[in-house]
Design a protein around this ligand. Structure first.
Ligand SMILES: [Zn+2]
Length: 355
């Protein structure tokens, strides 16, 4: 289990370095977190891309971009990355929180382009949980998803046609470029990926079978990407809609990126939104309370249900004009959160240290 460095510890270490005459050690590198998509669930609204978060770390003069990690890859991920001049060839590792389509629709697109442009490059690590059985008998399988990510293009003949034109590509199609690193998540944070002093840890969290939440620790700061986590007790009565494991993972982190649902979609509202779906998300109020308890400096809501300004969430009505960012922030404050709230929009970015 990695040892997380609390904010207080980092300040102490930084102070020690200042006294030792080497303040550059902490000033030189930065951590940047960008939402590559903020749509929650399979619905579409106003051009929002599907859920995903890009985490970059490296020297400031290199745009914090020695290491580029993509967490989930919903619909339109490549388009969003292109808007910030990140190419598919720069992504070093992909992490999945779970295999719902709103989090993985963009993976085939991403790997198809990688196959076109980067077949000669090393494989891309795909980090996700092992096959997870459900009480109702089905299994959710990241491995199956990854191994068959290129199947439509193989079966349609496209891969064969393009190989005939240019054989310098992997014969098995896009799946040939994925190196699947499946792990069994537990109830304590466990390291699942490391590159020098950048460590990614994961913990099991409930939403659907196999759902996991991640934390990235770097010398510049730390970020938790919680995915669609919710409480282990699948419906009320329960103390909170948030995950106790995610709260453990989040202790002392600088940034928490978390999917959010507004209580207007709850069973006591008029939306008609399915209660079982509502209860497997975390509410804005409960996330505010958890972020405060965990001492998080910045809480980033993403995967907003409903999206900002949407009069309906798919077939389910919200209210005329929808919800505003101020509505979501008010819910965080109602939960008791005193830190920085970012109500996520596509390409919203937070850098540590600030520019
Ligand atoms: Zn989702």
């Amino acid at each position: 289990m990695p040892k997380f460095m609390s904010k207080r510890t980092r300040i102490a270490v930084a102070t020690a370095l200042l006294i030792g005459g080497a303040p550059q050690a902490f000033a030189a590198n930065c951590l940047e977190v960008t939402l590559t998509g903020t749509q929650g669930g399979p619905a579409v609204f106003n051009g929002l891309a599907g859920a995903g978060t890009l985490v970059r770390y490296g020297p400031e003069e290199n745009g914090c971009s020695d290491i580029l990690l993509q967490f989930d890859a919903g619909r339109g991920t490549l388009q969003r990355l292109s808007q910030i001049d990140v190419t598919v060839l720069q992504i070093q590792t992909i992490f999945l929180t779970h295999v719902h389509s709103d989090h993985v629709d963009g993976l085939a697109d991403l790997m198809q382009l990688r196959w076109h442009l980067g077949s000669q490059m090393p494989k891309v690590d795909l980090v996700c949980s092992q096959d997870a059985p459900s009480p109702t008998g089905h299994a959710m399988s990241c491995t199956e998803l990854a191994e068959h990510i290129g199947d439509p293009y193989l079966r349609s003949g496209e891969i064969a046609q393009r190989l005939a034109e240019n054989p310098d590509r992997r014969p098995g199609g896009p799946a040939d470029l994925l190196n699947i690193e499946a792990f069994t998540p537990g109830n304590e944070p466990a390291e699942v990926w490391r590159h020098d002093d950048v460590v990614v840890s994961a913990i099991a969290s409930r939403h659907v079978p196999g759902h996991v939440s991640y934390r990235v620790d770097t010398p510049a700061g730390s970020v938790v990407i919680a995915g669609d986590a919710s409480n282990d007790t699948p419906q009320p009565p329960r103390d909170s809609s948030v995950s106790a494991n995610v709260e453990t993972l989040t202790q002392g982190a600088d940034i928490l990126v978390h999917s959010v649902i507004h209580r207007i979609m709850g069973p006591d509202g008029a939306s008609g939104f399915p209660p079982s779906v509502y209860h497997r998300q975390s509410t804005a109020e409960d996330l505010g309370a958890m972020a405060e308890r965990a001492g998080v400096a910045s809480l980033i809501y993403t995967h907003l249900i409903p999206p900002l300004g949407a009069a309906a969430m798919g077939p389910y009505p919200v209210q005329p004009g929808g919800l505003s960012a101020a509505d979501y922030e008010a819910s965080a404050r109602e939960g008791g959160y005193s830190g920085n709230v970012i109500v996520g929009t596509d390409l919203a970015t937070l850098r540590i240290p600030a520019e």
